[in-house]
Write a protein that binds this ligand. Structure first.
Ligand SMILES: [Zn+2]
Ligand SMILES: [Zn+2]
Length: 360
């Protein structure tokens, strides 16, 4: 079949649209009609010059929601008509990682796949995360597709597959915040606001938001931020230590800036302060930290997609949204058709959008 998809031709070129050939689903695969897709900074890194990558062209998009239209042989957990969120990290359910209860990083995530359902002018084309959600139709492995309740609006819950999972998951499934603790979130974009949700759902007693853009304060406070700090107003670390009585229990770095990571470690409490690295750091940069900051008992953690097991735990986030417990509605600032996807990324770059959703 034919499908229109947005893709990267190379670094430092504009995102482009073309008509691709799409294979039908093979063993263990499903065909999904995409209904909505969210724009994420990691898609942009394949055409804005910020990532080392050579496998072009590349169909983009790793966040979205749609409806299963066909299933290949051997598919047992999905059938046509199911509402689904395709996810970047598989959950096979049987490997040591999936069975561990400790990580969502299924062993299959790290095994290269040679399957290329998309073709352009006859040549196989790779899709980001083996998904390519900026396409009207995609073919994905069953183990990378999460079934969700049919009453949830696909044009909103599409943002849970990356931003929601990464943000809420970092507080709940990575840091495992306890009720009554304090949290600081550096960077209040699409991910950061979901961290605020996660901290609030964890029962945080204080949520401090830090952002250089004062325009973020209103939506951040609506999401649950109790204190808003702008680094332009002076010593952020000192202000956080004062507000929390010595340092925050948890901090979340959502900017990918090495200098901000230092602040996010230094602002946590001696003895147990925990920093979660979320932002995407430039691959060539080494991180510098004050060794004593760690020896004093602070910890640094990281995770992909908030350490949420993608098929078994993501539906919980959909329930939370449906129960009115998240700020997701306020996060989505723009809905655009696929042919305006370039404009959508421009809005993100200029800081004029919080989350942009493509409606198919
Ligand atoms: Zn993403
Ligand atoms: Zn697995």
């Amino acid at each position: 079949m034919r499908t229109t998809a947005a893709f990267a031709r190379a670094q430092n070129t504009a995102i482009a649209l073309d008509s691709f050939t799409l294979d039908g689903p093979r063993e263990g695969e499903v065909l999904i009609e995409m209904k909505a897709a969210g724009l994420c900074h990691s898609d942009m890194s394949f055409f804005d010059g910020s990532r080392d990558w050579s496998d072009y062209p590349l169909v983009l998009g790793h966040e979205g929601a749609g409806i299963v239209r066909d299933v290949g042989p051997g598919v047992t957990s999905l059938r046509p008509g199911d509402h689904v969120i395709p996810v970047g990290i598989p959950e096979c359910g049987t490997c040591p990682a999936c069975r561990s209860g400790k990580t969502n990083l299924c062993d299959l995530y790290f095994q290269p796949t040679t399957r290329r359902p998309f073709r352009l002018n006859g040549a196989p084309v790779r899709a980001f995360c083996e998904l390519g959600t900026f396409s009207q139709f995609i073919v994905a492995r069953e183990i990378q597709v999460t079934k969700v309740r049919p009453d949830a609006p696909l044009d909103v819950i599409c943002c849970l597959g990356c931003a929601g999972a990464t943000g809420m998951g970092s507080a709940i499934f990575t840091a495992r915040m306890e009720a009554g603790t304090t949290a600081v979130i550096f960077g209040l974009g699409g991910i950061g606001q979901n961290v605020v949700d996660g901290a609030r759902l964890s029962g945080a007693s204080m949520i401090i938001g830090v952002d250089t853009n004062p325009g973020k304060e209103v939506s951040a406070r609506a999401a649950g931020v109790t204190h808003f700090l702008n680094p332009a107003d002076g010593d952020v670390v000192g202000q956080i230590r004062d507000l929390t009585g010595g340092g925050a229990d948890y901090s979340f770095e959502c900017t990918g800036n090495p200098e901000v990571l230092k602040q996010s470690v230094e602002c946590t409490r001696i003895g147990w302060g925990t920093t979660v690295m979320i932002g995407v750091f430039p691959g060539h940069r080494q991180l510098e930290l004050r060794p004593r900051a760690i020896q004093e008992g602070r910890r640094i953690m990281g995770s992909y997609l908030g350490n949420i097991k993608t098929r078994s735990q993501l539906p919980q986030l959909v329930d939370w949204y449906m129960e009115g417990k998240t700020s997701l509605d306020g996060l989505i600032s723009h809905h655009l058709p696929l042919d305006q996807i370039g404009h959508g990324f421009d809005l993100l770059v200029r800081g004029e959008a919080r989350r942009v959703v493509i409606d198919f």
